[in-house]
Ligand binder design. Structure first.
Ligand SMILES: Cc1cc2nc3c(=O)[nH]c(=O)nc-3n(C[C@H](O)[C@H](O)[C@H](O)COP(=O)(O)OP(=O)(O)OC[C@H]3O[C@@H](n4cnc5c(N)ncnc54)[C@H](O)[C@@H]3O)c2cc1C
Length: 279
């Protein structure tokens, strides 16, 4: 198998045009797939030697570029992105975070991808080169392991808008922490104004072929009082709306129950208990 290690983007574009190879950065997904036999690339294109400014904050947008690892992210000031501060330390081990990249997580397009889930919450976009296409991550993901990338394109940058004054919740349920794929994961961004829900974004991992987010269900909560009956009702609706499978990790029924229970747990963790006591 041929391995290419371009040092510049121009070299990468040329190789991409000439060779039908598999791109990789950290290789933490690609190597597992090669070892298990589910991927047999004719060539590998390793992007790690390409030097870019890895993380940039520009005009209220966080840009996470090619080859940025999770450890790079954790050394950056992420105080405006508290949910990323919660999610990233749960991804793999220190070794995996030293190699694995947010861009690789998105391009791997797993419904269990933890960083991918955060992209859904932020309506993040992905910039593709050399075409300079900028696409919403939610549209970029076509299905499990399937992305809207042209054969000659490469993913270059994730774009996250700063969203001020949001509370956040993230939880991953699994048999072991960190080194296992989540049975179900849940992420929430919530903006309250005088006990009313001004905005809410809710995403679940491992409950559908793609990360699950429903703006229709979110609209049902926006404008409501932040109180337990609202969350209990919507928790049941989410539990009905997801379409999990049964596998070695859990049954579909258990996953539906987790969806419901995680939403109720989120209500209390987001300060709901205080609200109930105070109202
Ligand atoms: C032990 C272990 C624990 C893990 N734990 C977690 C976890 O807790 N949560 C989680 O979400 N994931 C986990 N993972 C999965 C993996 O570490 C992450 O998905 C990681 O973010 C992948 O990044 P990478 O750079 O290693 O991707 P790579 O393996 O390099 O690539 C992943 C995919 O992206 C494509 N790709 C890479 N770069 C580009 C590019 N520039 N343009 C287009 N396509 C590209 C590749 O072709 C491949 O399809 C774990 C993996 C292991 C081995």
């Amino acid at each position: 198998m041929n391995v290419f290690r371009p040092h510049t983007l121009e070299e990468l574009f040329r190789i991409r045009r000439e060779v039908r190879g598999t791109l990789f950065s950290g290789g933490t997904d690609v190597q597992v797939k090669i070892r298990s036999g589910s991927l047999s690339p004719t060539a590998l294109i390793d992007t790690k030697e390409i030097r870019t400014e890895k993380i940039v904050k520009n005009d209220g947008i966080l840009l996470i570029r090619m080859n940025t690892t999770y450890s790079d992210m954790l050394s950056f000031d992420l105080h405006e992105f508290p949910i990323l501060q919660k999610i990233i330390p749960t991804i793999g081990s220190t070794q995996i975070r030293n190699r694995g990249t947010p861009l690789g997580n998105v391009c791997n397009a797993s419904p269990a991808g933890d960083f991918l889930l955060s992209c859904y919450l932020y309506d993040a976009s992905i910039r593709l080169l050399p075409t300079e296409r900028v696409v919403k991550v939610e549209e970029f993901i076509k299905g499990p392991g399937n992305i809207a990338l042209e054969p000659y394109e490469v993913a270059y940058e994730l774009q996250f808008p700063v969203m001020n004054n949001y509370l956040c919740f993230f939880e991953k349920v699994g048999k072991r922490n960190s080194m296992n794929i989540a049975t179900v994961s849940a992420g929430i961004l919530l903006k309250l104004e005088r006990c009313m829900v001004k905005d809410i974004r809710i995403a679940f991992g491992s409950v559908c072929p793609n990360v699950f987010r429903s703006t229709e269900l979110e609209k049902k909560i926006i404008g409501s009082r932040f109180e337990l009956p609202v969350f209990k009702e919507i928790a049941q609706e989410y539990s009905n709306a997801v379409s999990p499978i049964s596998d070695v990790r859990a049954t579909a029924d258990y996953r539906r129950k987790l969806v419901r229970n995680l939403l109720i747990k989120a209500y209390f963790e987001l300060g709901g208990e205080n609200d109930v006591q105070g109202s």
